[in-house]
Design a protein around this ligand. Sequence first.
Ligand SMILES: NC(=O)c1ccc[n+]([C@@H]2O[C@H](COP(=O)([O-])OP(=O)(O)OC[C@H]3O[C@@H](n4cnc5c(N)ncnc54)[C@H](OP(=O)(O)O)[C@@H]3O)[C@@H](O)[C@H]2O)c1
Length: 329
Amino acid sequence: MTTRRSFLAAAATGAGAMALPGAVRADVPPGGAQGKVPLLRLNNGVPMPALGFGTYNIKQGAAEAVNTALGAGYRLVDTAAFYGNEEQVGQGIARSGIPRRELFVTTKLWIADYGYDEALRAFDVSLGKLGLDTVDLYLLHYPTPSNFEGTLAAYRAMERLLAEGRVKAIGVSNFQPDHLQRLIERSKVVPAVNQVELHPYMSQRAVREANARHGVLTEAWSPLGGIFANHPKDPKAVVRVLDDPRIGEVARRVGKSPAQVVLRWHLQSGVAAVVKSVHPERIAENIDVFRFELSREDMAALDAFDAGLRGGGDPETFDMNLIRARARK
Ligand SMILES: NC(=O)c1ccc[n+]([C@@H]2O[C@H](COP(=O)([O-])OP(=O)(O)OC[C@H]3O[C@@H](n4cnc5c(N)ncnc54)[C@H](OP(=O)(O)O)[C@@H]3O)[C@@H](O)[C@H]2O)c1
């Protein structure tokens, strides 16, 4: 069992990895600055930092942002073919000078490239843009229920990439419990990760429970609720999770920022997270979350903010038809 003291000691020194409830404990000794972020062990034994740097909506400044994040101690970088920035992300990684083996790079297969051969081709393109030989985690970006056979074929291609050692782990994103169940029934490799929209207004309890049942690590995208500003459903009334006075009150009490409180809530909930900022001071603030702990009461308070409020695409209906229809508008 992890006591408060052993947790804080491990997190502060980087000696050993954090035992998150619901996640498999990792005991990989981190090296160098990697020690800033505890490591989790995925279901295939691969270690993954519990907190990473997200790059959605950063194009021009992506190389600089990634380089800044790596300098601040992040070792996981999250990108996707869809973000259109894999090249810049690769440049940021190269610029940092940090040995490749210390880094954990995630990219995602876009839904337009679902299908077996299409997926293999798209992977080569991503790898070329990133300027890397391997990717640590390769994810299916969305389940696309309207083309689930294509989704499964793409996953089989990812299983091949895994067997060939070109990726260290494979997983999914935005999968609801029934998508996950159907994929697992018809494939060989249980996904290592399911990356889903997860923030205090959408805590994804059912998805987290299904992931845990299958040994799949839940990773939060938009952990601060940034998606509401990226694609506001009503531009005049953008939802701002970090401005919630209830989070502000917890933040004042523990002497941390609202973002730090929210990120801490993720980590103590057994969820990994990828967080994005283009501002160096926020990049540093967001990784400084391993030297304090939220009380049981504060965790329960944040759990209670769940409103099932989704900012991103609905996994049930998100497919290429929807994208094309949006583009025609
Ligand atoms: N799998 C998927 O379908 C999917 C979908 C969306 C995102 N993602 C991944 O998840 C990552 C994170 O999600 P996200 O970028 O949507 O949102 P996020 O990380 O929850 O929030 C980012 C937003 O919050 C602001 N911010 C960051 N740190 C802050 C701080 N300390 N105080 C106040 N504001 C702060 C950022 O502004 P500034 O940049 O101006 O600081 C940005 O507007 C993405 O970058 C991407 O890698 C995955």
